[in-house]
Ligand binder design. Structure first.
Ligand SMILES: Nc1ncnc2c1ncn2[C@@H]1O[C@H](COP(=O)(O)OP(=O)(O)OP(=O)(O)O)[C@@H](O)[C@H]1O
Length: 368
């Protein structure tokens, strides 16, 4: 792709005879966007960053940077800077010298260093902190020093490995806004690693959902939330109700012994499928009006909504997020729109999923 700054082509990373940590991974990173690698611990996120940074080499496959193969280019020759989880600041140097470090190595002139460090510190709102010691800085401020140290080198890509995980919730949310805003102002490509799905949804232009060394799904936050490709993605991104059923025909699915109108298609008739309905898409109603009949098992007040757990006659659990209160032990109805039903094929690859959606829809996500 013309605008791709980084491309992985069938990249595999394997240590000794262990199963591969990354298994035939291919993707493209476009210039100037905010990407997030999202997945559970050990899925291979950091390994992807290390391969991009040049801290480790691929066992197989090609890594391109600006359309040039870079597999063997040393880390210090890549247009990439990394912000680490623990920030890796130098405790014996002050803020100015921490940020200036890379420029000094490049033997840049003092006047130029001064100007660039000032600019970088102003970008992260730390003007006037030049002479502070690192130990005198708060967690959030250290975070900003680490980012200033990365941007001062004017890299084409900044890699951020769980940079917010050491911060408390409030500061973390503030830094999410700040980082997103900073990326927009700089226009540099950011590749951000997290295992926190809410963080990924809030911050990214594009998310790669990774599990067991494979990219399960890539797309915008809404794409991934609204059209999860499989059970793993549906479960990992937000809370989900997932049941098995069959696709009777396009736009008609069967689950819990009943047939429901839906908007999905491109399946074989009577194909076994998995069906996702998000808890916030279920509405509590009377047994008569409900499309599904369930018994309320438990209820928790979550501040903005009640989280209600209920069961249908087949023993499937249905989680509901509702501003209305339910009564534990009572039979109720659950109502939902056809659009709330997301149908997933078993073992569909992302390529097959995209092709099916393209063939079936006009690009709007709805049937032709
Ligand atoms: N040098 C190494 N030798 C052997 N195995 C390794 C090495 N480095 C990483 N691994 C393994 O590779 C797998 C993926 O690790 P990676 O750090 O990429 O995961 P991650 O998704 O970033 O996880 P986390 O969120 O816990 O940091 C893990 O099972 C890890 O044990």
């Amino acid at each position: 792709m013309a605008n791709a700054i980084i491309e992985f082509k069938s990249v595999t990373k394997q240590y000794d005879n262990d199963p591969p940590v990354l298994d035939d991974v291919s993707f493209e990173i476009e210039r100037g966007k905010f990407y997030t690698l999202l997945g559970p611990s050990g899925c291979g996120k950091t390994t992807i960053l290390r391969l991009i940074a040049g801290f480790t080499e691929a066992s197989d496959g090609e890594i391109y940077f600006n359309n040039k193969i870079t597999n063997h280019v040393p880390a210090n020759k890549r247009q990439v800077n990394t912000v680490f989880q623990d920030y890796a600041l130098f405790p014996h140097l002050n803020v100015f010298e921490n940020v200036a470090f890379g420029l000094r190595i490049k033997k840049m002139k003092n006047a130029e260093i001064e100007q660039k460090v000032k600019e970088a510190l102003s970008f992260v709102n730390l003007e006037g902190y030049e002479n502070r010691e690192i130990r005198e800085m708060s967690g959030g401020q250290r975070q900003r020093v680490a980012i200033a140290r990365a941007i001062v080198n004017e890299p084409e890509v900044i890699l951020l490995d769980e940079p917010l995980s050491a911060l408390d919730l409030k500061l973390r949310t503030e830094m999410q806004y700040e980082l997103r805003e900073l990326q927009r102002r700089l226009g540099i490509t950011f590749i951000f690693v997290t295992h926190d799905q809410e963080e990924a949804l809030a911050m990214s232009d594009e998310i790669f959902v990774i599990n067991k060394g494979k990219i399960q799904q890539s797309g915008t936050p809404t794409d991934i939330y609204d059209e999860p490709i499989n059970r793993f993605v549906a479960d990992f991104i937000g809370e989900s109700n997932i049941v098995t059923g069959k696709m009777v025909q396009d736009q008609l699915v069967e689950m819990v012994g009943k047939r429901f109108e839906c908007v999905d298609g491109g399946f074989q008739s009577n194909e076994p499928v998995e069906i996702v309905i998000r808890p916030e898409d279920l509405e509590i109603t009377t047994v008569e009006r409900g499309k599904l009949q369930v018994k309320v098992d438990s209820q928790l007040f979550r501040g903005v909504h009640y989280e209600i757990s209920s069961y249908d006659q087949d023993g499937n659990e249905w989680l509901v997020h509702s501003t209305k209160k339910a009564v534990v032990g009572e039979e109720i109805g659950l109502y939902f729109d056809p659009e709330a039903i997301h149908v997933m094929r078993f073992n569909e690859t992302e390529e097959e999923f995209d092709k099916r959606l393209e063939a079936y829809t006009d690009g709007s996500g709805h049937g032709k």
